[in-house]
Design a protein around this ligand. Structure first.
Ligand code: FEO
Length: 401
């Protein structure tokens, strides 16, 4: 059965959700599933925006056929070649042999890498600033490299003022009948997953996201149609503001997260003691995570949200406790900047984790480590209360600066 929905005049959402997938890109947990959005424009010409993931093959083609209602498919715009949006390309060309692919030359190169297809006479190239008339409306194309691959482009319908934003403005989470952001409690129930999607997928490419936002600002946008998650047709400023902050690596909140690694509970106890001192100094909504039990994608997302990051880690193999080291390296790899860190190290005979953590943090732009580093031997003792209080004071002073 089809599950298509009307978005604007002549434009239909014909996507599908995967609620069985455990790991997106085989690495990021998606406990609420994920949607793969497709859109079909029924102008004087028909135009499909992207294909879909292999997992939703059946629903995708059923929706497409239903939305076409017997009309032929004239155009396929390909914004992005990652297989979660492009896996059905070969099958689509078999089923709709008259379709013309409208895309840029980087996409064409990638089609050749993923598929063995004869594209002779089947491609209409459009590059930066290119247009396509579908009859009553003109589509305008702009490149958005590295949001989230180098070939990505976006398109804009100047009649209904719709931006097809590719991966940008997407979120994890299956769509459950409600395909519009204003049909769900997005700010309270979806934003965490939107942040986790953004930070882990395009968080590294803040500069490029800023460039794409500047290009999009040239359009009068009333609707945003992303490739994942809800469609935006109201209160666009809410999400645009988040994207602006995230891509400038500006914390959403002056807030503290505490990430600890602990083999036998002693480093956890020290982290708890420090969090208690912070709370007694008025810090609210402290977020605390066991690095061994929390998926690192959640920790990356939280690090994009907060301004201050406390990391407490034992020494392990004369270095940083592996999951804590992995957490910090993930922040570095995702290009996180402009954060303040406080460190707690533990070592029964030679504490080395503080040195190792600092070495990773020093590679992150505009990031600093507060003093003192709280160094404990096996277990924190009352004699170290003063040192811990000094660190809590330093965190609070910086938080309120
Ligand atoms: Fe949703 Fe980069 O693919």
């Amino acid at each position: 059965m089809n599950n298509i929905r009307k978005v604007t005049n002549d434009l239909y959402w014909i996507g599908a959700s995967d609620r069985r997938l455990a790991l997106f890109e085989n690495v990021l947990p998606v406990p609420r599933g994920v949607s793969y959005n497709n859109y079909l424009l029924l102008d004087e010409k028909t135009c499909l925006f992207d294909t879909s993931d292999a997992a939703v093959h059946q629903q995708f083609f059923e929706n497409l056929a239903a939305a076409l209602g017997g009309r032929k498919l004239d155009y396929l715009v390909i914004h992005h070649m990652e297989p979660d949006h492009a896996a059905q390309l070969d099958d689509l060309l078999l089923r709709y042999p008259e379709v013309t692919i409208v895309t840029n030359n980087k996409v064409v190169t990638m089609i050749g890498q993923f598929f063995d297809l004869d594209l002779e006479g089947r491609v209409q190239l459009v590059n930066e600033g290119g247009t396509l008339s579908t009859g009553r409306r003109t589509l305008h194309f702009v490149n958005a490299p590295m949001v989230h691959w180098p070939e990505v482009m976006m398109s804009y319908d100047d009649c209904d003022k719709v931006l097809f934003s590719a991966d940008a403005f997407g979120t994890f989470g299956a769509l459950n009948g409600n395909i519009f952001a204003d049909e769900v409690n997005f700010a309270t129930e979806w934003m965490d997953e939107a942040r986790r999607y953004y930070s882990n997928i395009v968080g590294k490419y803040g500069v490029q996201v800023q460039m794409a936002l500047k290009k999009a600002a040239a359009f009068d946008i009333q609707t945003i149609c992303p490739l994942h998650g809800p469609v935006w047709r109201s209160d666009l400023a809410l999400f645009l503001d988040k994207y602006d902050k995230w891509s400038r690596y500006e914390p959403e909140e002056r807030a503290v997260m505490v990430v600890y690694g602990s083999m036998y509970g002693h480093t956890e106890s020290a982290a708890d003691a420090l969090a208690t001192m912070l709370a007694e100094r008025g810090v609210r909504n402290i977020a605390m995570y066991d690095v061994s039990r929390t998926d690192v994608s959640v920790l990356v997302s939280e690090a994009f949200r907060v301004s201050h990051i406390v990391v407490a880690a034992p020494t392990y193999n004369n270095n940083v406790y592996t999951p804590a080291e992995n957490f910090l390296n993930e922040l570095r790899i995702h290009n996180l900047q402009n954060r303040t860190y406080a460190l707690v190290e533990n070592g029964t005979w030679a504490a080395q984790s503080g040195k190792g953590m600092r070495a990773i943090i020093e590679q992150m732009k505009d990031s600093k480590v507060l003093e003192p580093v709280l160094s404990i031997k096996s277990a924190m003792k009352p004699a170290q209360t003063e040192q811990a209080q000094a660190l809590a004071d330093a965190i609070v002073a910086d938080l309120n600066a």
